[in-house]
Design a protein around this ligand. Structure first.
Ligand SMILES: [Ca+2]
Ligand SMILES: [Ca+2]
Length: 269
């Protein structure tokens, strides 16, 4: 009996002493869970903040785009008088191509290989292929042509029309062959049409003389044998220059160093 009693006392103690241990573990687990829930709640708050910031950004962008579109609608056009002058005493210029364009559509190929479409203008003064090519370039707003050669001392004036949308990205460029050379051309490029204050800008630009790098140079004015096209001999005569192989990048013209083409831009109402 006594033994039984002792055993039951032990059992009771055993049970009683085991119960607090379980409760502790549960408490710990509960605390862990609570902590975990708090962490998750924190993360949710952080996420909410991030989503809020993103929504704000999207709103700003949408508002910006709307403002830009409004700006484009409100902006109009500006007109300029352009005078192209041959200021050389003996060097003639071929028909030419004149362009209003964004910076990305620059036609200055200095240090680069010219596009094939410039070859007819540079090699024999035919401007039509290049004018068509330029019309297809992204960032070109308008293309004008001079369809007659420009003799020394001569000038031509025409009116151009530029959008005033993003005015500081509106440039003007012009190109004509240096007639009587093998593959030389005069180029005035990236003339800003507007001031930093967005107003129409007056300017005078002396064009540079360039060698297209596609034909060997003979003495300037050395005639049909030197690679100049003979109008009486038609298309077969056009390729009569000696090709530069491999084609070279565009350089300053080594033979024609004085200014030939001068471009005067004046805003008009
Ligand atoms: Ca030629
Ligand atoms: Ca050359």
């Amino acid at each position: 009996m006594r033994l039984l009693f002792l055993l039951s006392v032990l059992l009771v103690f055993g049970c009683v002493s085991e119960e607090p241990q379980q409760t502790n573990e549960m408490d710990e687990k509960l605390m862990e869970l609570e902590q975990h829930i708090e962490d998750v709640e924190d993360s949710v708050e952080e996420l909410k903040e991030k989503i809020g910031a993103l929504e704000e950004k999207i709103n700003e962008m949408e508002n910006g785009e709307i403002a830009e579109a409004e700006e484009e609608k409100q902006e109009g056009f500006a007109y300029f008088s352009v005078t192209v002058q041959n200021v050389h005493d003996s060097q003639a210029l071929s028909p030419g191509v004149f362009v209003i364009h964004k910076p990305a559509a620059s036609i200055n190929y200095f240090g680069k290989t010219i596009p094939e479409e410039l070859r007819p203008l540079a090699e024999y003064g035919n401007h039509t292929v290049f004018s068509e090519y330029v019309k297809g370039l992204a960032g070109v707003e308008a293309v004008y042509t001079l369809d007659e050669p420009l003799a020394p001392g001569e000038s031509r004036t025409f009116i151009i029309k530029s959008s005033t949308y993003r005015p500081r990205e509106s440039y003007f460029s012009g190109i004509q062959m240096l007639a009587g050379t093998n593959d030389g051309y005069a180029l005035a490029s990236n003339i800003a049409l507007f001031t930093v204050g967005n107003g129409p800008r007056a300017s005078t630009t002396m064009a540079g003389n360039y060698d297209a790098g596609t034909e060997e140079n003979s003495a300037p004015g050395s005639g049909f044998d030197g690679g100049q096209p003979d109008p009486d001999r038609g298309d077969e005569n056009i390729g009569n220059g000696i090709p530069t192989i491999p084609q070279r990048p565009v350089t300053k013209h080594p033979q024609i160093t004085n200014t030939v083409m001068k471009i005067i831009v004046v805003p008009v109402d």
